[in-house]
Design a protein around this ligand. Structure first.
Ligand code: PFF
Ligand code: NA
Length: 447
Protein backbone atom coordinates (compact mmCIF):
# COMPACT_ATOMS: atom_id res chain seq x y z
CA UNK A 1 0.00 0.00 0.00
CA UNK A 2 1.33 3.39 -1.02
CA UNK A 3 2.27 5.89 1.69
CA UNK A 4 -0.10 8.69 2.65
CA UNK A 5 0.48 12.15 1.20
CA UNK A 6 2.22 14.74 3.34
CA UNK A 7 1.07 17.71 1.28
CA UNK A 8 -1.32 20.11 3.03
CA UNK A 9 -3.19 23.27 2.20
CA UNK A 10 -1.26 26.00 3.91
CA UNK A 11 -4.13 27.14 6.10
CA UNK A 12 -7.77 26.43 6.82
CA UNK A 13 -8.66 29.40 4.72
CA UNK A 14 -6.67 27.99 1.82
CA UNK A 15 -8.74 24.82 1.94
CA UNK A 16 -12.03 26.72 1.95
CA UNK A 17 -10.84 28.88 -0.92
CA UNK A 18 -9.80 25.87 -2.92
CA UNK A 19 -13.18 24.23 -2.44
CA UNK A 20 -14.96 27.49 -3.25
CA UNK A 21 -12.80 27.80 -6.33
CA UNK A 22 -13.79 24.29 -7.39
CA UNK A 23 -17.48 24.96 -6.80
CA UNK A 24 -18.00 28.40 -8.31
CA UNK A 25 -17.51 28.34 -12.04
CA UNK A 26 -19.31 27.81 -15.31
CA UNK A 27 -21.91 25.82 -13.41
CA UNK A 28 -23.23 28.95 -11.74
CA UNK A 29 -22.91 31.54 -14.45
CA UNK A 30 -23.21 29.61 -17.68
CA UNK A 31 -24.91 26.27 -16.98
CA UNK A 32 -27.38 27.25 -14.27
CA UNK A 33 -29.14 29.94 -16.32
CA UNK A 34 -29.51 27.92 -19.50
CA UNK A 35 -30.61 24.77 -17.66
CA UNK A 36 -33.17 26.85 -15.77
CA UNK A 37 -34.31 28.28 -19.10
CA UNK A 38 -34.64 24.87 -20.69
CA UNK A 39 -36.31 23.24 -17.69
CA UNK A 40 -39.23 25.49 -16.96
CA UNK A 41 -37.71 28.19 -14.75
CA UNK A 42 -38.91 28.33 -11.14
CA UNK A 43 -39.41 24.58 -10.67
CA UNK A 44 -35.88 23.87 -11.72
CA UNK A 45 -34.55 26.59 -9.42
CA UNK A 46 -36.52 25.26 -6.48
CA UNK A 47 -35.43 21.67 -7.05
CA UNK A 48 -31.82 22.74 -7.49
CA UNK A 49 -31.80 24.47 -4.10
CA UNK A 50 -33.50 21.53 -2.39
CA UNK A 51 -31.01 19.09 -3.93
CA UNK A 52 -28.03 21.24 -3.00
CA UNK A 53 -29.13 21.25 0.62
CA UNK A 54 -30.36 17.65 0.99
CA UNK A 55 -27.98 15.82 -1.33
CA UNK A 56 -25.12 18.05 -2.39
CA UNK A 57 -24.07 19.29 1.02
CA UNK A 58 -24.09 16.01 2.97
CA UNK A 59 -22.49 14.17 0.06
CA UNK A 60 -19.85 16.85 -0.28
CA UNK A 61 -18.93 16.16 3.32
CA UNK A 62 -18.88 12.43 2.61
CA UNK A 63 -16.57 12.91 -0.33
CA UNK A 64 -14.12 15.22 1.38
CA UNK A 65 -14.00 13.12 4.52
CA UNK A 66 -13.02 10.03 2.52
CA UNK A 67 -10.12 11.95 1.02
CA UNK A 68 -9.12 13.31 4.39
CA UNK A 69 -9.28 9.94 6.13
CA UNK A 70 -7.45 8.21 3.28
CA UNK A 71 -4.81 10.91 2.68
CA UNK A 72 -4.11 9.44 -0.76
CA UNK A 73 -5.36 9.88 -4.29
CA UNK A 74 -9.05 8.87 -4.60
CA UNK A 75 -8.45 5.33 -5.86
CA UNK A 76 -5.82 4.63 -3.24
CA UNK A 77 -7.75 6.31 -0.46
CA UNK A 78 -10.75 4.11 -1.20
CA UNK A 79 -8.60 0.99 -1.39
CA UNK A 80 -6.89 1.84 1.88
CA UNK A 81 -10.09 2.65 3.78
CA UNK A 82 -11.87 -0.41 2.41
CA UNK A 83 -9.04 -2.63 3.55
CA UNK A 84 -8.93 -0.98 6.94
CA UNK A 85 -12.63 -1.63 7.48
CA UNK A 86 -12.52 -5.15 6.01
CA UNK A 87 -14.60 -4.25 2.94
CA UNK A 88 -14.29 -5.27 -0.68
CA UNK A 89 -11.17 -3.97 -2.44
CA UNK A 90 -13.37 -3.22 -5.45
CA UNK A 91 -14.40 0.08 -3.88
CA UNK A 92 -11.30 1.53 -5.45
CA UNK A 93 -12.89 1.39 -8.90
CA UNK A 94 -15.10 4.21 -7.74
CA UNK A 95 -11.98 6.40 -7.94
CA UNK A 96 -11.48 5.36 -11.55
CA UNK A 97 -15.13 6.07 -12.35
CA UNK A 98 -14.64 9.57 -10.95
CA UNK A 99 -11.57 10.04 -13.13
CA UNK A 100 -13.57 9.07 -16.21
CA UNK A 101 -16.29 11.53 -15.22
CA UNK A 102 -13.95 14.49 -14.72
CA UNK A 103 -12.15 13.58 -17.92
CA UNK A 104 -15.24 14.18 -20.01
CA UNK A 105 -16.41 17.18 -18.01
CA UNK A 106 -13.04 18.89 -18.32
CA UNK A 107 -13.00 18.27 -22.07
CA UNK A 108 -16.00 20.54 -22.66
CA UNK A 109 -15.34 22.80 -19.67
CA UNK A 110 -12.14 23.92 -21.31
CA UNK A 111 -13.86 24.62 -24.62
CA UNK A 112 -16.54 26.78 -23.01
CA UNK A 113 -13.98 28.55 -20.82
CA UNK A 114 -12.22 29.28 -24.09
CA UNK A 115 -15.34 31.16 -25.16
CA UNK A 116 -14.80 33.53 -22.25
CA UNK A 117 -11.20 34.09 -23.33
CA UNK A 118 -12.55 35.09 -26.74
CA UNK A 119 -15.12 37.39 -25.14
CA UNK A 120 -12.55 38.89 -22.81
CA UNK A 121 -10.35 39.85 -25.73
CA UNK A 122 -13.35 41.06 -27.73
CA UNK A 123 -14.61 43.27 -24.95
CA UNK A 124 -11.18 44.80 -24.36
CA UNK A 125 -11.11 45.60 -28.06
CA UNK A 126 -14.48 47.29 -27.80
CA UNK A 127 -16.17 44.63 -29.88
CA UNK A 128 -19.49 45.00 -28.08
CA UNK A 129 -19.77 48.77 -28.04
CA UNK A 130 -22.93 50.15 -29.66
CA UNK A 131 -23.98 46.80 -31.05
CA UNK A 132 -27.60 45.76 -31.26
CA UNK A 133 -28.77 42.58 -29.51
CA UNK A 134 -29.19 41.00 -32.97
CA UNK A 135 -25.62 41.77 -33.91
CA UNK A 136 -24.35 40.40 -30.61
CA UNK A 137 -26.28 37.19 -31.16
CA UNK A 138 -25.02 36.88 -34.70
CA UNK A 139 -21.38 37.37 -33.78
CA UNK A 140 -21.64 34.51 -31.28
CA UNK A 141 -22.92 32.26 -34.08
CA UNK A 142 -20.04 33.32 -36.31
CA UNK A 143 -17.57 32.54 -33.54
CA UNK A 144 -19.05 29.08 -32.95
CA UNK A 145 -18.74 28.28 -36.63
CA UNK A 146 -15.00 28.97 -36.53
CA UNK A 147 -13.24 25.85 -35.21
CA UNK A 148 -9.79 27.38 -35.47
CA UNK A 149 -10.48 30.29 -33.16
CA UNK A 150 -12.24 28.00 -30.76
CA UNK A 151 -9.38 25.51 -30.79
CA UNK A 152 -6.91 28.29 -30.11
CA UNK A 153 -8.80 29.41 -26.99
CA UNK A 154 -9.37 25.83 -25.82
CA UNK A 155 -5.65 25.14 -26.16
CA UNK A 156 -4.75 28.25 -24.21
CA UNK A 157 -7.13 27.31 -21.43
CA UNK A 158 -5.80 23.75 -21.17
CA UNK A 159 -2.29 25.15 -20.97
CA UNK A 160 -3.00 27.53 -18.11
CA UNK A 161 -4.90 24.79 -16.28
CA UNK A 162 -2.32 22.04 -16.60
CA UNK A 163 0.61 24.31 -15.82
CA UNK A 164 -0.88 25.02 -12.39
CA UNK A 165 -1.73 21.38 -11.81
CA UNK A 166 1.80 20.38 -12.78
CA UNK A 167 3.12 22.68 -10.04
CA UNK A 168 1.45 20.71 -7.25
CA UNK A 169 -1.44 21.76 -5.04
CA UNK A 170 -2.24 25.23 -6.03
CA UNK A 171 -0.64 27.71 -3.70
CA UNK A 172 -0.57 30.66 -6.05
CA UNK A 173 -4.07 29.99 -7.18
CA UNK A 174 -5.48 30.11 -3.68
CA UNK A 175 -4.18 33.62 -3.36
CA UNK A 176 -5.53 34.66 -6.72
CA UNK A 177 -8.88 33.25 -5.74
CA UNK A 178 -8.79 35.17 -2.54
CA UNK A 179 -8.89 38.45 -4.44
CA UNK A 180 -10.94 37.45 -7.44
CA UNK A 181 -13.91 35.77 -5.79
CA UNK A 182 -15.06 38.84 -3.86
CA UNK A 183 -14.62 40.94 -7.01
CA UNK A 184 -16.72 38.56 -9.03
CA UNK A 185 -19.39 38.88 -6.39
CA UNK A 186 -19.26 42.67 -6.57
CA UNK A 187 -19.70 42.65 -10.34
CA UNK A 188 -22.62 40.27 -10.06
CA UNK A 189 -24.26 42.55 -7.51
CA UNK A 190 -23.79 45.50 -9.86
CA UNK A 191 -25.35 43.42 -12.62
CA UNK A 192 -28.22 42.51 -10.32
CA UNK A 193 -28.71 46.20 -9.54
CA UNK A 194 -28.75 47.01 -13.22
CA UNK A 195 -31.28 44.23 -13.76
CA UNK A 196 -33.77 45.87 -11.40
CA UNK A 197 -33.88 48.90 -13.72
CA UNK A 198 -34.74 46.91 -16.84
CA UNK A 199 -38.25 46.46 -18.18
CA UNK A 200 -37.99 42.68 -17.96
CA UNK A 201 -37.05 42.57 -14.28
CA UNK A 202 -40.57 41.93 -12.96
CA UNK A 203 -41.23 39.21 -15.45
CA UNK A 204 -37.85 37.60 -14.76
CA UNK A 205 -38.50 37.55 -11.02
CA UNK A 206 -41.96 36.09 -11.47
CA UNK A 207 -40.62 33.49 -13.86
CA UNK A 208 -37.80 32.52 -11.49
CA UNK A 209 -39.62 32.60 -8.19
CA UNK A 210 -43.30 31.70 -8.74
CA UNK A 211 -43.30 27.93 -8.69
CA UNK A 212 -45.18 26.57 -11.67
CA UNK A 213 -45.70 22.93 -10.84
CA UNK A 214 -47.13 22.13 -14.25
CA UNK A 215 -43.61 22.34 -15.69
CA UNK A 216 -42.40 19.43 -13.57
CA UNK A 217 -41.38 16.08 -15.04
CA UNK A 218 -38.92 13.35 -14.11
CA UNK A 219 -36.57 14.73 -16.69
CA UNK A 220 -36.61 18.14 -14.98
CA UNK A 221 -36.06 16.53 -11.57
CA UNK A 222 -33.17 14.46 -12.91
CA UNK A 223 -31.59 17.48 -14.56
CA UNK A 224 -31.89 19.56 -11.40
CA UNK A 225 -30.26 16.81 -9.38
CA UNK A 226 -27.40 16.49 -11.85
CA UNK A 227 -26.90 20.20 -11.78
CA UNK A 228 -26.77 20.28 -7.98
CA UNK A 229 -23.89 17.79 -8.09
CA UNK A 230 -22.15 19.62 -10.91
CA UNK A 231 -22.32 23.03 -9.32
CA UNK A 232 -20.93 21.80 -6.01
CA UNK A 233 -18.29 19.69 -7.79
CA UNK A 234 -19.58 16.59 -5.99
CA UNK A 235 -19.63 13.01 -7.25
CA UNK A 236 -16.44 12.84 -9.31
CA UNK A 237 -13.93 12.28 -6.48
CA UNK A 238 -12.46 15.68 -7.37
CA UNK A 239 -13.16 17.12 -3.93
CA UNK A 240 -11.99 13.83 -2.47
CA UNK A 241 -8.60 14.58 -4.01
CA UNK A 242 -8.61 17.99 -2.32
CA UNK A 243 -9.71 16.47 1.00
CA UNK A 244 -6.47 14.49 1.09
CA UNK A 245 -4.57 17.76 1.64
CA UNK A 246 -6.90 19.11 4.32
CA UNK A 247 -5.23 20.34 7.50
CA UNK A 248 -5.59 18.12 10.59
CA UNK A 249 -7.52 20.60 12.69
CA UNK A 250 -10.48 21.99 10.75
CA UNK A 251 -14.22 21.46 10.90
CA UNK A 252 -15.54 20.13 7.65
CA UNK A 253 -19.15 20.93 8.54
CA UNK A 254 -18.61 24.64 8.71
CA UNK A 255 -16.32 24.84 5.70
CA UNK A 256 -18.69 23.28 3.22
CA UNK A 257 -21.81 25.05 4.40
CA UNK A 258 -20.47 28.45 3.46
CA UNK A 259 -19.36 27.12 0.08
CA UNK A 260 -22.87 25.89 -0.72
CA UNK A 261 -24.45 29.22 0.23
CA UNK A 262 -21.98 31.13 -1.89
CA UNK A 263 -22.61 28.81 -4.80
CA UNK A 264 -26.37 29.37 -4.61
CA UNK A 265 -25.86 33.14 -4.29
CA UNK A 266 -23.72 33.39 -7.41
CA UNK A 267 -26.19 31.31 -9.41
CA UNK A 268 -29.15 33.43 -8.28
CA UNK A 269 -27.47 36.71 -9.10
CA UNK A 270 -26.45 35.64 -12.56
CA UNK A 271 -29.88 34.11 -13.16
CA UNK A 272 -31.60 37.37 -12.22
CA UNK A 273 -29.32 39.44 -14.45
CA UNK A 274 -29.58 37.10 -17.41
CA UNK A 275 -33.34 36.59 -17.33
CA UNK A 276 -34.01 40.30 -16.93
CA UNK A 277 -32.22 40.78 -20.25
CA UNK A 278 -34.08 37.86 -21.77
CA UNK A 279 -37.46 39.31 -20.86
CA UNK A 280 -36.53 42.92 -21.64
CA UNK A 281 -35.53 42.00 -25.16
CA UNK A 282 -38.05 39.29 -25.91
CA UNK A 283 -35.34 36.61 -26.14
CA UNK A 284 -35.95 32.91 -25.65
CA UNK A 285 -35.13 31.62 -22.12
CA UNK A 286 -34.68 28.13 -23.58
CA UNK A 287 -32.03 29.30 -26.02
CA UNK A 288 -29.50 26.79 -24.64
CA UNK A 289 -25.75 26.94 -24.01
CA UNK A 290 -25.34 30.27 -25.80
CA UNK A 291 -27.68 32.07 -23.37
CA UNK A 292 -25.07 33.76 -21.20
CA UNK A 293 -22.81 34.71 -24.08
CA UNK A 294 -25.63 36.52 -25.81
CA UNK A 295 -27.45 38.12 -22.88
CA UNK A 296 -24.61 39.45 -20.76
CA UNK A 297 -22.89 41.46 -23.51
CA UNK A 298 -26.29 43.01 -24.18
CA UNK A 299 -26.72 43.84 -20.51
CA UNK A 300 -23.28 45.35 -20.20
CA UNK A 301 -23.57 47.31 -23.43
CA UNK A 302 -26.47 49.13 -21.80
CA UNK A 303 -24.56 49.99 -18.62
CA UNK A 304 -22.53 53.20 -18.38
CA UNK A 305 -18.89 52.20 -18.84
CA UNK A 306 -20.18 48.86 -20.04
CA UNK A 307 -17.05 47.88 -21.86
CA UNK A 308 -14.97 47.98 -18.71
CA UNK A 309 -17.54 46.02 -16.73
CA UNK A 310 -17.76 43.45 -19.47
CA UNK A 311 -14.00 43.00 -19.67
CA UNK A 312 -13.75 42.72 -15.90
CA UNK A 313 -16.60 40.24 -15.82
CA UNK A 314 -15.01 37.90 -18.34
CA UNK A 315 -11.67 38.16 -16.59
CA UNK A 316 -13.25 37.13 -13.29
CA UNK A 317 -15.27 34.41 -14.94
CA UNK A 318 -12.05 33.09 -16.39
CA UNK A 319 -10.45 32.93 -12.95
CA UNK A 320 -13.52 31.16 -11.59
CA UNK A 321 -13.43 28.57 -14.37
CA UNK A 322 -9.67 28.22 -14.03
CA UNK A 323 -9.92 27.22 -10.36
CA UNK A 324 -12.71 24.74 -11.23
CA UNK A 325 -10.75 23.17 -14.05
CA UNK A 326 -7.71 22.76 -11.83
CA UNK A 327 -9.96 20.80 -9.50
CA UNK A 328 -11.30 18.75 -12.40
CA UNK A 329 -7.78 17.77 -13.46
CA UNK A 330 -6.40 17.02 -9.99
CA UNK A 331 -7.91 13.54 -9.39
CA UNK A 332 -6.62 12.24 -12.72
CA UNK A 333 -3.13 13.59 -12.13
CA UNK A 334 -3.14 12.45 -8.50
CA UNK A 335 -4.02 8.96 -9.69
CA UNK A 336 -0.97 8.77 -11.94
CA UNK A 337 1.26 10.38 -9.33
CA UNK A 338 0.05 7.75 -6.88
CA UNK A 339 1.09 5.12 -9.41
CA UNK A 340 4.63 6.50 -9.41
CA UNK A 341 4.49 9.06 -12.22
CA UNK A 342 6.17 12.42 -12.00
CA UNK A 343 3.66 15.22 -11.62
CA UNK A 344 4.79 17.13 -14.67
CA UNK A 345 4.55 14.11 -16.95
CA UNK A 346 1.20 13.08 -15.57
CA UNK A 347 -0.14 16.58 -16.20
CA UNK A 348 1.19 16.59 -19.73
CA UNK A 349 -0.39 13.27 -20.61
CA UNK A 350 -3.77 14.04 -19.03
CA UNK A 351 -3.79 17.52 -20.54
CA UNK A 352 -3.07 16.18 -24.01
CA UNK A 353 -5.78 13.53 -23.83
CA UNK A 354 -8.42 15.90 -22.51
CA UNK A 355 -7.44 18.46 -25.11
CA UNK A 356 -7.88 15.92 -27.90
CA UNK A 357 -11.36 14.89 -26.78
CA UNK A 358 -12.22 18.57 -26.37
CA UNK A 359 -11.72 18.99 -30.10
CA UNK A 360 -14.85 16.89 -30.62
CA UNK A 361 -16.77 19.54 -28.69
CA UNK A 362 -15.16 22.30 -30.73
CA UNK A 363 -16.22 20.64 -33.95
CA UNK A 364 -19.73 20.02 -32.65
CA UNK A 365 -20.59 23.55 -33.72
CA UNK A 366 -19.39 23.12 -37.28
CA UNK A 367 -18.19 19.93 -39.02
CA UNK A 368 -19.66 17.49 -36.50
CA UNK A 369 -22.83 19.43 -35.70
CA UNK A 370 -25.11 16.86 -37.28
CA UNK A 371 -23.20 13.77 -36.20
CA UNK A 372 -25.44 12.13 -33.62
CA UNK A 373 -23.92 9.84 -30.99
CA UNK A 374 -26.98 8.83 -29.00
CA UNK A 375 -30.47 9.72 -30.21
CA UNK A 376 -30.41 13.31 -31.41
CA UNK A 377 -27.32 14.31 -29.44
CA UNK A 378 -24.16 15.53 -31.08
CA UNK A 379 -20.93 15.22 -29.10
CA UNK A 380 -21.22 18.52 -27.27
CA UNK A 381 -24.81 17.85 -26.20
CA UNK A 382 -23.85 14.36 -25.08
CA UNK A 383 -20.79 15.38 -23.10
CA UNK A 384 -22.57 18.29 -21.40
CA UNK A 385 -25.46 16.10 -20.24
CA UNK A 386 -24.64 12.43 -19.57
CA UNK A 387 -21.51 12.81 -17.38
CA UNK A 388 -23.25 15.49 -15.33
CA UNK A 389 -26.79 14.17 -15.07
CA UNK A 390 -25.91 10.48 -14.68
CA UNK A 391 -22.27 9.92 -13.76
CA UNK A 392 -22.10 12.54 -11.01
CA UNK A 393 -25.23 11.34 -9.15
CA UNK A 394 -24.12 7.70 -9.49
CA UNK A 395 -20.65 8.61 -8.23
CA UNK A 396 -22.12 10.68 -5.40
CA UNK A 397 -24.41 7.83 -4.42
CA UNK A 398 -21.55 5.34 -4.19
CA UNK A 399 -19.38 7.83 -2.31
CA UNK A 400 -22.19 8.37 0.19
CA UNK A 401 -22.79 4.65 0.61
CA UNK A 402 -19.10 4.10 1.27
CA UNK A 403 -18.80 6.94 3.78
CA UNK A 404 -22.02 6.28 5.69
CA UNK A 405 -22.27 2.48 5.54
CA UNK A 406 -18.92 0.90 4.71
CA UNK A 407 -16.14 2.97 6.27
CA UNK A 408 -15.22 2.52 9.89
CA UNK A 409 -17.32 5.03 11.87
CA UNK A 410 -14.29 6.06 13.92
CA UNK A 411 -12.32 7.03 10.81
CA UNK A 412 -15.35 8.78 9.33
CA UNK A 413 -16.17 10.83 12.39
CA UNK A 414 -12.56 11.82 12.91
CA UNK A 415 -12.30 12.99 9.32
CA UNK A 416 -15.57 14.86 9.52
CA UNK A 417 -14.14 16.71 12.47
CA UNK A 418 -17.32 16.11 14.42
CA UNK A 419 -18.05 13.48 16.98
CA UNK A 420 -21.19 12.33 18.79
CA UNK A 421 -24.24 14.38 17.86
CA UNK A 422 -22.84 16.11 14.75
CA UNK A 423 -21.58 12.88 13.29
CA UNK A 424 -24.78 11.02 14.07
CA UNK A 425 -26.89 13.71 12.42
CA UNK A 426 -24.76 13.79 9.31
CA UNK A 427 -24.79 10.03 9.01
CA UNK A 428 -28.53 9.75 9.51
CA UNK A 429 -29.11 12.43 6.86
CA UNK A 430 -26.90 10.63 4.37
CA UNK A 431 -28.27 7.18 5.16
CA UNK A 432 -31.96 7.93 5.26
CA UNK A 433 -32.40 11.01 3.08
CA UNK A 434 -29.59 11.62 0.59
CA UNK A 435 -29.02 8.03 -0.49
CA UNK A 436 -32.69 7.02 -0.93
CA UNK A 437 -33.59 10.32 -2.62
CA UNK A 438 -30.77 10.04 -5.14
CA UNK A 439 -31.73 6.44 -5.86
CA UNK A 440 -35.38 7.31 -6.39
CA UNK A 441 -34.63 10.20 -8.72
CA UNK A 442 -32.05 8.25 -10.70
CA UNK A 443 -34.28 5.22 -11.17
CA UNK A 444 -37.43 7.21 -11.97
CA UNK A 445 -35.56 9.53 -14.28
CA UNK A 446 -34.08 6.63 -16.17
CA UNK A 447 -37.39 4.75 -16.53
N1 PFF B 1 -18.45 23.07 -9.84
C1 PFF B 1 -17.95 23.52 -11.11
C2 PFF B 1 -18.86 24.61 -11.65
O1 PFF B 1 -19.93 24.87 -11.10
O2 PFF B 1 -18.51 25.20 -12.66
C3 PFF B 1 -17.81 22.38 -12.11
C4 PFF B 1 -17.18 21.13 -11.57
C5 PFF B 1 -15.93 21.16 -10.97
C6 PFF B 1 -17.86 19.92 -11.67
C7 PFF B 1 -15.35 19.98 -10.47
C8 PFF B 1 -17.31 18.75 -11.19
C9 PFF B 1 -16.05 18.79 -10.57
F1 PFF B 1 -15.53 17.70 -10.12
NA1 NA C 1 -20.81 25.81 -9.17
Amino acid sequence: MIEETLERWQSRRAFILAVTGAAVGLGNIWRFPYMTGENGGSVFLLLYIVFVLLLGLPMMMAEILIGRAGRRSPMQALAYLAEEAGRSPHWRWLGLFGAVTVFFILSFYSVVSGWSIEYLVDSINGGFVARSPQEIGASFETFLADPLRMTFNHTLFMLITMSVVAGGIANGIEKLNNIMMPLLYVILIVLGGYATTTSGFGEAMAWLFTPDLSAISWQVVLNAMGHAFFTLAVGACALMAYGAYMPEEQSLLRAVFSVALLDIGVALLSGIAIFSVVFSHGLDPGEGPGLMFVTLPIAFSELPGGQIWLGAFFLLLLVATWTSSINLAEPMVAMLVGAGWRRGRASLLIGALVWGVGLLSVLSFSTLAEVHWIGEMNFFTLVTTVPTDLFLPIGGLLIAIFAAWRMSPEAASAALGASGRGFGLWRALVRYVSIPLTLIVLLSGLL
